[in-house]
Design a protein around this ligand. Structure first.
Ligand SMILES: NC(=O)c1ccc[n+]([C@@H]2O[C@H](COP(=O)([O-])OP(=O)(O)OC[C@H]3O[C@@H](n4cnc5c(N)ncnc54)[C@H](O)[C@@H]3O)[C@@H](O)[C@H]2O)c1
Ligand SMILES: O=c1ccn([C@@H]2O[C@H](COP(=O)(O)OP(=O)(O)O[C@H]3O[C@H](CO)[C@@H](O)[C@H](O)[C@H]3O)[C@@H](O)[C@H]2O)c(=O)[nH]1
Length: 323
């Protein structure tokens, strides 16, 4: 049985689906603060908070867990600058509760949702795993702290891990069974689609004076179903005796905010008014990653690399959104 913390959320629900497609049984543990009961269409949902160590122990006693996928965290870069306390408590302290429970119940395999935000402002592009990690926002620091803690827990307690450093998760399940639905929504693509649908007036472009080709920030958008595929491969790798390590998961392609708006206009056929705004605190100008290591070691190959395909799946979900 696999434990999926945060499996009612955006990325976790897609991995939960993929695990079932690959024949694995899952228990989703989520407090539903940002997640949705309706997103847990596979496996068993246990509602609880990682700060509740008694509840966590109950889960490990009740189910025969042999691997943990850990998505439960707060994940808004901008918010983390304004309210770091929230991020360190949930992303660090609560993750420690989970790791300590794993050690206690002798569960050995841990797949961690890390992020390219741990690199800060990279010296070179594309970003590779051995580059310096100097995060520029508390969210990135909170994830890097767990990466470091995992190295020590691996050495001391033989807990095996893969840290998966995602670039910007985007798109939705191609079958539209699940998708991205956050309240409040802060992510670029769903906000652009809300503007396309007339659910909001416009999209604000945070910063137009970055040293990029059109002045707006560049990110590497990676399809959430491709991320899901990499997770299953990472678990199989660990179970087959693979070394504990970190992998970038991205497309090695950067799209600027203005280019993403352009793709949305093309896919939706709608006018999307853009308003130029100040830079958002904590945002590096460009993040584009090399996923050569994941391709080489895990045999991972993203299927949906094109921003238009990512947008098409996101739009399809937006139009029928069920939660
Ligand atoms: N979205 C991205 O582009 C992106 C990129 C890099 C890394 N990540 C990481 O991936 C993970 C999932 O991100 P997401 O976009 O799906 O976020 P999300 O908010 O949709 O999912 C997180 C889920 O965790 C749950 N949760 C949070 N704290 C909890 C707690 N203390 N106890 C129980 N459940 C809790 C929430 O209710 C939610 O369902 C996060 O760890 C995030 O940092 C996301
Ligand atoms: O209304 C908006 C929202 C966002 N942006 C810009 O769009 C880009 C993408 O922003 P967003 O969709 O909010 O994602 P990020 O802040 O890049 O963060 C996501 O991607 C990170 C990896 O890069 C993860 O670690 C985070 O968890 C995840 O939320 C950034 O340059 C933002 O400044 C805008 O211009 N206008």
């Amino acid at each position: 049985m696999i434990l999926v913390t945060g499996g009612a959320g955006y990325i976790g629900s897609h991995i939960n689906k993929k695990l079932h497609q690959n024949g694995y049984g899952t228990v989703v543990f989520d407090n539903l603060v940002y997640g949705h009961r309706e997103a847990v269409k596979w496996g068993t949902l246990e509602v609880g908070d990682l700060s509740d160590t008694d509840k966590l122990e109950d889960i490990f006693m009740k189910y025969n867990i042999d691997a943990v996928f850990h998505f439960a965290a707060y994940a808004y870069v901008g918010e983390s600058v304004k309210n770091p306390q929230k991020y360190y408590n949930n992303n660090v302290v609560n993750t420690l509760h989970l790791l300590d429970t794993m050690v206690k119940y002798n569960v050995k395999h841990f797949i961690f949702s890390s992020t390219c935000a741990t690199y800060g402002v990279p010296e070179e592009l594309p970003i590779t795993e051995e580059m310096k990690q100097i995060p520029i926002n508390p969210y990135g620091v909170s994830k890097l702290m767990i990466e470091r803690i995992l190295e020590d827990y691996h050495r001391a307690y033989e807990l095996n891990y893969c840290c998966l450093r995602y670039f910007n998760a985007a798109g939705a399940d191609p079958e539209s069974e699940i998708g991205e639905s956050h309240t409040p929504e802060t992510h670029l693509i769903p906000l652009i689609l809300a503007a396309a649908a007339g659910d909001r007036e416009n999209i604000r472009v945070f910063g137009t004076d970055y040293p990029t080709r059109d002045g707006s920030c560049i990110r590497d958008y990676i399809h959430v179903t491709d991320l899901a595929d990499a997770h299953v491969k990472a678990m199989d790798y660990l179970k087959n005796g693979g070394e504990s390590t970190c992998f970038n998961l991205g497309n090695c392609t950067g799209n600027s905010v203005l280019e993403v708006i352009g793709a949305a206009k093309e896919i939706t056929g709608k006018d999307i008014p853009a308003v130029f705004d100040e830079r958002r605190q904590g945002d590096p100008p460009i993040l584009v990653g090399s996923a050569n290591k994941a391709e080489r070691v895990l045999g991972w190959k993203p299927q949906y690399r094109d921003i238009n395909t990512i947008m098409e799946h996101a739009w399809k979900w937006y139009c029928i959104k069920r939660y």
